[in-house]
Design a protein around this ligand. Structure first.
Ligand code: CTP
Ligand code: CA
Ligand code: CA
Length: 677
C-alpha cells in the first residue's frame, strides 16, 4: 500500500515499449454493455463510515471529533471513528464503554412503543427493552437520501448502474461511463479500428502521467513494476477513481457523510478495497495488483465466504488464507467441495468474480422482529407486538409505493419461537385492492392465532412478521373494470377451491390432542375490512424511493418451519364493514353461514369447529390457572372487551415492564442477529 505515487511515464527505467495495447477495440466498445467478462471493467463499492453513528452525529449536530456510539439497550451497535480510538467496538457494553471513554455520547436508537403511532427517540428507551422495539427508519431515510445523491452525481441510466447492497453500501458499475469519458478524453479511440476489424488491438495510451491523487493504491504484484507502461485498464481504473472521488465529495457536501470506497475490476475486489482504508478514503486495486492484494487476506473476509461456506472451506483445505488456496489445483477443489463451488472458489482465490452489478434496488421482503426477554405469555401480548410490527412494516410499504399500487407484497409470514422450536405460518395477502394496515394486522393476528390453536405457543421468545413476494403493481388509478375482472377471478378461484384437492390445504385449526382436519379452504378468500381513508394519514415520512435494508437478507432465510401453511385465511373483522367489492361481499355472506369467529383468537373457523375450539380455550384457561395460580389475570389476558388494555396483566410482571431491573440484564443479541444475520 505504499506506492501511492503517480506513475510518470518518462521514468528512466521504462522498458521497451509495446506498440499496441493488449486490449482490443471490441473490448473497449463492449464496456457500454457492462459485460462481466470485459477485462476493462471497473466496479466501485462505496460504504459509509460507522453509518448509524454518523447518522446520529449529523442529526444531533455533533462535532466531528466527538466520540459517539449508537446504543441499543445495553449494547453498542455503531461506534464512530473518534470513539474507536478508545478501543470501543460492538462487543463492549455501555458501562465498559463509558469507562474506556468518559466523553462518549451514547445515543439510543429510535424505538417503536406500544400505543404510539410512530417511532421516536426516547431518552429512557434502554430501560424498556421489554416493551419497545428498535426502529431503523431514521437510518433508512438517510440511506435513501445518500442513494439519491449518488444517483444524481452520475449520468442518467442506462449509463449509470447502481446496486444498493445494504443500508449503507452500494456497488457501481462504472464501465459505460468510463467508456464515454475515454472516448472524450482520448480522441484516438474514436477512430475506426484498422481494417475495420474490432479484434484489432487498440493503440497504446498516451505518455501522460497517471495522477492517482489522494487514492490509496494497492502495491503491484510481484514481477510488475510501476515503471512499466500503463495500459487502458490502468486508465479505466484511474477514471473510475476520479468518478468515485466526485461521488464521495457530493455525499460529503450535500449530506455531510463520509464514506470509503474501493475501485477494482469486480465486486469482490471493490468490496475488499472499500474496507481496506477506513474512514474517508478510497482504495484502488489495479488489475496488476490483484494477486498481491488478495494474498494478504483470509478468505473468510471475502464476500460469501464469511459464513458456513467459509468454515467448510477452512476445514476442507486446512487453511484460512488465500495464499494457501492458490496452491490447490482445480480438480482438488472440485473433488472436495463440488464442481460448481470448487470452480468458483478457484476463481475467487485468483481475484475473479463475474457477478453483475444489479441495478434493481427493489426490496424482496420486509421484516419486523423482536426477541423477548422475558418471554411473552399471552395472545394479547403477542397481538400488541403485532400492532407494532405492522405499523413498522406498513410505514415501509408506504415508502415502497404500495398506496399507489406501484409494488405489492403477496404473502405475509409469521415466525414464532418457543424454546428451541421455530414455527412459521404464512398467508396470502389479498390481491386486487390496496393493502392497508388493518388488512395486515388482521392477517397477522390470524397467523398468531393459528400458532396458538396448534398449542405450545407460550412462553414465546421471539416473534417476527414479514411480508414478501413483491410484485410490480399496476400504476395509476385502477378503473372499476379492473376490479370486476378481479372479482371474476376471485369467484372462479373460489369455485375451484371448493372442489379441488387444493382446498385440502385445509389448515389444522383443531386444538392439540384432538387433531382432526377441518375444512377451511374457503376462509382464505375473505378479506378484512377496507379502510383506505386512514392509510394516507399515517405519519409524515414517506413517499421516498424504494428501500432495502439488512433485514431483507434475513427474511430470505426462512427458518426451517415445522409447518408452513400456504393457505392461511383472513378472518372477517369484527368491526363494521366499509364499502367492499361485490365478490367480497358475496364471500363474506358465505362466512356468516359457514363460519364462526372466535373473538379471543381473532380467527374465523368453520362453524363445525366451534364447540371443539371453545372447549380448547376452556382447557387452556384451566391449564394456565394451574400453572400460574392466578386465574383472573390469565382469563382477562384473552378477553377482547373494551377494558382490555387495562386489565390484561402479563404474568410475572406488571404491565409490560419486566421484573427485576427492567429486563436489562442482557443485551438484545437475538434481535441484533435477526436484523443483521
Ligand atoms: N450494524 C449493526 N449490527 C451489526 C452490523 C452492523 O447494527 N452486527 C449496523 C451498524 O450500526 C452500522 C451499519 O449497520 O452503522 C453498517 O454496518 P457496517 O458497514 O458493517 O459498519 P459501520 O458501523 O458502518 O462501520 P464501518 O465504518 O466499519 O463500515
Ligand atoms: Ca459501513
Ligand atoms: Ca456496510
Amino acid at each position: 500500500m505504499s506506492s501511492s505515487q503517480p506513475y510518470i511515464q518518462s521514468s528512466p527505467a521504462t522498458p521497451s515499449r509495446r506498440r499496441k495495447s493488449k486490449f482490443t477495440f471490441r473490448q473497449l466498445h463492449q464496456l457500454q454493455q457492462f459485460s462481466p467478462s470485459n477485462p476493462l471493467r471497473v466496479i466501485a463499492h462505496i460504504d459509509l463510515d460507522a453509518f448509524y453513528a454518523q447518522c446520529e452525529m449529523v442529526r444531533l449536530g455533533v462535532a466531528e471529533d466527538q466520540p459517539l456510539a449508537v446504543q441499543q439497550w445495553q449494547g453498542l451497535i455503531a461506534i464512530n471513528y473518534p470513539a474507536r480510538k478508545f478501543g470501543l467496538n460492538r462487543h463492549v457494553t455501555t458501562i465498559e464503554a463509558k469507562k474506556l471513554c468518559p466523553d462518549l455520547i451514547m445515543q439510543h436508537v429510535a424505538t417503536w412503543k406500544e400505543g404510539e403511532e410512530r417511532w421516536a427517540y426516547r431518552d429512557d428507551a434502554f430501560k424498556d427493552m421489554a416493551t419497545q422495539k428498535v426502529s431503523l427508519d431514521p437510518y433508512r431515510r438517510e440511506s435513501r437520501k445518500i442513494l439519491a445523491v449518488i444517483k444524481d452525481s452520475l449520468p442518467a441510466a442506462p449509463i449509470q448502474r447502481v446496486e444498493k447492497a445494504s443500508i449503507d453500501e452500494v456497488f457501481l458499475d462504472l464501465s459505460a461511463q468510463i467508456h464515454s469519458v475515454m472516448l472524450e478524453r482520448f480522441p484516438e479511440l474514436n477512430r475506426p479500428p484498422p481494417y475495420d476489424d474490432p479484434t484489432e488491438n487498440l493503440p497504446r495510451p498516451p505518455t501522460t502521467a497517471l495522477n492517482w491523487d489522494t487514492d490509496a493504491l494497492i502495491d503491484l504484484d510481484e514481477g510488475q513494476k510501476e515503471e512499466e507502461d500503463p495500459d487502458w485498464d490502468d486508465i479505466a481504473m484511474l477514471l473510475g477513481s476520479e468518478i468515485v472521488r466526485r461521488v464521495r465529495a457530493m455525499i460529503r457536501e450535500k449530506l455531510k457523510y463520509t464514506c470509503s470506497a474501493g475501485v477494482a475490476k469486480n465486486k469482490m475486489l471493490a468490496k475488499l478495497g472499500s474496507g481496506h482504508n477506513k474512514p474517508n478514503q478510497q482504495t484502488v486495486v489495479r488489475n496488476r495488483a490483484v494477486q498481491q492484494f488478495l494474498s494478504g487476506f483470509k478468505f473468510t473476509k471475502i464476500r460469501n465466504l464469511g459464513g458456513k461456506l467459509g468454515d467448510e472451506v477452512v476445514s476442507a483445505f486446512n487453511t484460512d488464507t488465500v495464499k494457501d488456496l492458490l496452491e490447490v489445483p482445480m480438480d482438488q477443489f472440485k473433488r472436495k467441495i463440488g464442481d460448481d463451488t470448487g470452480a468458483w472458489l478457484y476463481g475467487v482465490a485468483r481475484g475473479e468474480d463475474a457477478s453483475e452489478v444489479n441495478p434493481r434496488t427493489q426490496i424482496k421482503s420486509m421484516l419486523s422482529a423482536k426477541s423477548f426477554r422475558p418471554s411473552i405469555n399471552s395472545m394479547d401480548q403477542a397481538v400488541r407486538w403485532l400492532r407494532i410490527f405492522v405499523a413498522d412494516i406498513f410505514s415501509r410499504l408506504v415508502e415502497e409505493g404500495v398506496l399507489e399500487n406501484k409494488r405489492k407484497p403477496k404473502t405475509i409470514n409469521l415466525h414464532h419461537r418457543q424454546g428451541g422450536q421455530m414455527r412459521s405460518k404464512q398467508a396470502p395477502i389479498p390481491q386486487g385492492k390496496v393493502v392497508s394496515e388493518d388488512i395486515l394486522f388482521d392477517l397477522a393476528k390470524n397467523l398468531v392465532a393459528q400458532v396458538v390453536v396448534d398449542g405450545r405457543a407460550w412462553p414465546c421468545a421471539n416473534l417476527s412478521l414479514s411480508v414478501g413476494g413483491f410484485e410490480d403493481g399496476v400504476t395509476g388509478n385502477r378503473g372499476i373494470g379492473s376490479f370486476l375482472i378481479r372479482g371474476e377471478e376471485a369467484r372462479s378461484i373460489m369455485n375451484s377451491a371448493r372442489d379441488t384437492p387444493e382446498q385440502e390445504n385445509v389448515r389444522d385449526v383443531t386444538p392439540p390432542g384432538k387433531r382432526r382436519r377441518v375444512d377451511d379452504g374457503i376462509g382464505r378468500f375473505f378479506t378484512p375490512r377496507e379502510d383506505s381513508k386512514e392509510e394516507s394519514e399515517i405519519d409524515g415520512h414517506r413517499a421516498n424511493e424504494p428501500d432495502e435494508e439488512m433485514h431483507e437478507n434475513q427474511s430470505k432465510n426462512t427458518p426451517s418451519s415445522e409447518d408452513l401453511y400456504r393457505g392461511g385465511s383472513t378472518p372477517p373483522s369484527a368491526q363494521p364493514q366499509a364499502k367492499e367489492s361485490p365478490p367480497l361481499r358475496a364471500a363474506r355472506h358465505q362466512t356468516n353461514i359457514t363460519s364462526y369467529f372466535c373473538p379471543r383468537c381473532s380467527i374465523s373457523l368453520p362453524a363445525s369447529a366451534q364447540t371443539e375450539h371453545e372447549d380448547w380455550h376452556f382447557a387452556e384457561d384451566l391449564q394456565a390457572e394451574e400453572r400460574n395460580s392466578r386465574p383472573s389475570e390469565n382469563n382477562t389476558a384473552h378477553s377482547s372487551g373494551p377494558s382490555r388494555k387495562t386489565q390484561q396483566l402479563p404474568l410475572k410482571r406488571s404491565r409490560g415492564r419486566p421484573a427485576g431491573g427492567g429486563g436489562t440484564k442482557a443485551v438484545d443479541k437475538g434481535q441484533r442477529k435477526l436484523a443483521f444475520g
